[in-house]
Design a protein around this ligand. Structure first.
Ligand code: ARG
Length: 487
C-alpha cells in the first residue's frame, strides 16, 4: 500500500500519527469555506486588537498580528493566496499563512478563542453581507415591477381564480400583488438580519474563556448589534442560517409563481407578454421557437432552494449541545441558496423591464367569458334583491347567452328586462372601466386605489433601500483596511 499520510495539523500535538489522506479529504471544508475568508480575517483582526487592548498579549504583538492579517486579506483579494486541502479549513489556512508572514507571533492569535466561536462569527458576518445583497436584489425586482405598473396605469386584464377568468383587474394591481410579496420578503430578510446580528466571540470552545476579554470592543469593531447571552448557544446556534434559508425559499417560491405566469402569458394561447429576444432562448430543431427559459429555470431552481432548507433542518435536528462537526454542512446549503436566489434576482428585473406587455390582448380578454357577471349580480343586490337570488338570475342569463352563442353586449333591452325587472331601468357595467372603478375600496382594483397602492409600495421600497444602503456603507467601512483602528 502506498503511503496515505497527510499533513500535520494545528491540533496535532496529541496525535502520534499524521492524519490519513482520506480523512484529510473528507474532513476539509476549505474548498467552500474559503468564500468567507474576508469575514474570517476581519473577525481575527478584531480579536487581535482586543487582546492587545486588554493586555492579554503585548500591544506590539497585536499590531504585528493585525498587519499580517491585513496582508493575508490583500493577498486573498489579489488572488495571490490559495488554500489547499491540507489547510483543512479557511480558519487554519489563514493562520498558516499568517505564520509564514509574521512568524511565531501568529501562534498568539488563538488566545482566548476557539474555531467554534470563530466560525460562528465569520459565518454571521458573511450571512449579514448576503442578506444585504438579497435585499438589494429583491428591491431591484420590486422597483422593476412597480415601474411597469406605473407605466401602465389604466390597463385592464382578466383576473383569475382556478385559472378561469373571474373579474377584470388592472395589470398594475396584478403586478403590485407581487410587490406585496416582495415587501414581505424584505421583512423576512430584515428579521433574519436582526437575529444574525449577534456576535459569538468570547464564547471560546463552548464555556467562555479564562482571559479578561472585552466583548464590547470586538462587538463594536465588527459592527454587530449585540453579543451572545449564553456561550453554549453562541457556538451551536445555526438558526440564523435557517432563517436565511427560509427567507430564500420563500423568495424562490414567489419568483416561481411569477415565473409560472410569465411562462403562461408568453404562450400563443395567452399572448399577454412577449419577452425580449435578449431574455429568450431558441430551439435547436424548431426554428420558430422562442422559449422563456429564464422563468422556467427560476421555477426549477426553487426545488434546490427548498432542499437546502430541508437539508439544514435535518442536519441540526438531533445535535446535542454544543458544537458538532455536522455544522460544517451548513455552508454549502447556505452558499447555494444565496447564490441561486441572487442569480435569479439579477436576471429578473431586466427581463421584466424589457418585456413587451400586450395590453391590447389583456384588455380584450378582460371582459370576455362573462367576467362582468358579478357586477350585474351586484347591481341587483344594491337594488334590494337578495344576493343569492341575484346570483341565480345572472347565472341563468349567462347560460342562455352561452346557449345562443352571445355575450352581455349583444343583449337587447327586452332581453335585459326579461332577465330581471331591475334591468329595464338600469344596465349593469358593460365595460372593464366601469367594473374596475366600482371596486373603490382600500386595496381594491379601482384605478385610484391602485394608484394609492403603488405610491405606498414605492415608499416602502425606498425606505428599505435607505436601510440597506446605510448598512452597506457601514459594512464597507468595517471591512476596509483604510479605516482601521490599528493606532
Ligand atoms: N470547518 C469547521 C466548520 O465549518 C470549523 C469549526 C471547526 N471546529 C472544530 N471544533 N473542529 O464548522
Amino acid at each position: 500500500m502506498t503511503d496515505q499520510s497527510g499533513t500535520a495539523k494545528a491540533w496535532g500535538g496529541r496525535f502520534a500519527e499524521a492524519p490519513d489522506r482520506r480523512l484529510e479529504a473528507f474532513n476539509a471544508s476549505v474548498a467552500f469555506d474559503v468564500r468567507m475568508i474576508r469575514e474570517d480575517i476581519r473577525g481575527s483582526i478584531a480579536h487581535a486588537r482586543m487582546l492587545g487592548e486588554q493586555g492579554v498579549i503585548p500591544a506590539a504583538d497585536a499590531a504585528a498580528l493585525e498587519r499580517g492579517l491585513w496582508q493575508v486579506l490583500a493577498e486573498a483579494d489579489a488572488g495571490d493566496f490559495s488554500l489547499t486541502v491540507t489547510d483543512e479549513d479557511v480558519h487554519t489556512g489563514v493562520e498558516r499563512r499568517l505564520r509564514e508572514i509574521a512568524g511565531a507571533v501568529a501562534g498568539k492569535l488563538h488566545t482566548g478563542r476557539s474555531r467554534n466561536d470563530q466560525v460562528a462569527t465569520g459565518l454571521r458576518l458573511w450571512t449579514k453581507g448576503a442578506l444585504l445583497a438579497l435585499m438589494q436584489g429583491v428591491l431591484d425586482l420590486g422597483d422593476a415591477l412597480a415601474d411597469v405598473a406605473a407605466a401602465n396605469p389604466g390597463i385592464a386584464m382578466p383576473g383569475y381564480t382556478h385559472l378561469q377568468r373571474a373579474q377584470p383587474v388592472l395589470l398594475a394591481h396584478h403586478l403590485l400583488a407581487y410587490v406585496a410579496m416582495l415587501e414581505r420578503d424584505l421583512d423576512r430578510l430584515d428579521d433574519a438580519y436582526r437575529r444574525c446580528d449577534v456576535m459569538p466571540l468570547g464564547a471560546g470552545a463552548l464555556a467562555g474563556v479564562t482571559y479578561p476579554i472585552d466583548r464590547e470592543l470586538t462587538r463594536s469593531d465588527l459592527g454587530f448589534a449585540a453579543s451572545f447571552a449564553n456561550s453554549l448557544d453562541a457556538v451551536s446556534d445555526r438558526d440564523f442560517v435557517l432563517d436565511t434559508l427560509y427567507a430564500c425559499a420563500t423568495i424562490a417560491m414567489h419568483l416561481s409563481r411569477l415565473s409560472e405566469e410569465i411562462i403562461l402569458w408568453a404562450t400563443a394561447e395567452f399572448r399577454f407578454i412577449e419577452l425580449a429576444d435578449a431574455f429568450s432562448t431558441g430551439s435547436s430543431i424548431m426554428p420558430q421557437k422562442k422559449n422563456p427559459d429564464v422563468a422556467e429555470l427560476a421555477r426549477g431552481k426553487t426545488g434546490r432552494v427548498y432542499g437546502n432548507l430541508m437539508a439544514l433542518l435535518t442536519v441540526t435536528k438531533g445535535l446535542p449541545l454544543t458544537y458538532n462537526k455536522d455544522f460544517q454542512e451548513d455552508k454549502e446549503a447556505l452558499f447555494d441558496s444565496v447564490d441561486t436566489v441572487l442569480a435569479t434576482l439579477d436576471v429578473f428585473p431586466p427581463m421584466i423591464r424589457t418585456a413587451r406587455w400586450r395590453t391590447d390582448r389583456m384588455a380584450d380578454a378582460a371582459i370576455a367569458d362573462f367576467s362582468l357577471a358579478t357586477d350585474a349580480a351586484d347591481l341587483l343586490a344594491r337594488r334590494g334583491i337578495p344576493f343569492r337570488e341575484a346570483h341565480e338570475a345572472i347565472g341563468k342569463l349567462v347560460a342562455s347567452c352561452i346557449a345562443q352563442n352571445t355575450t352581455f353586449a349583444d343583449l337587447s333591452d327586452a332581453e335585459w328586462a326579461a332577465a330581471h325587472p331591475v334591468f329595464a331601468t338600469e344596465k349593469p357595467p358593460l365595460t372593464a372601466a366601469e367594473s374596475l372603478a366600482a371596486r373603490d375600496v382600500p386595496g381594491g382594483t379601482a384605478p385610484n386605489r391602485v394608484a394609492a397602492q403603488l405610491e405606498a409600495a414605492q415608499n416602502t421600497l425606498s425606505r428599505h433601500r435607505a436601510t440597506v444602503t446605510e448598512r452597506e456603507t457601514r459594512r464597507a467601512e468595517m471591512m476596509s483596511p483604510d479605516v482601521d483602528a490599528a493606532g
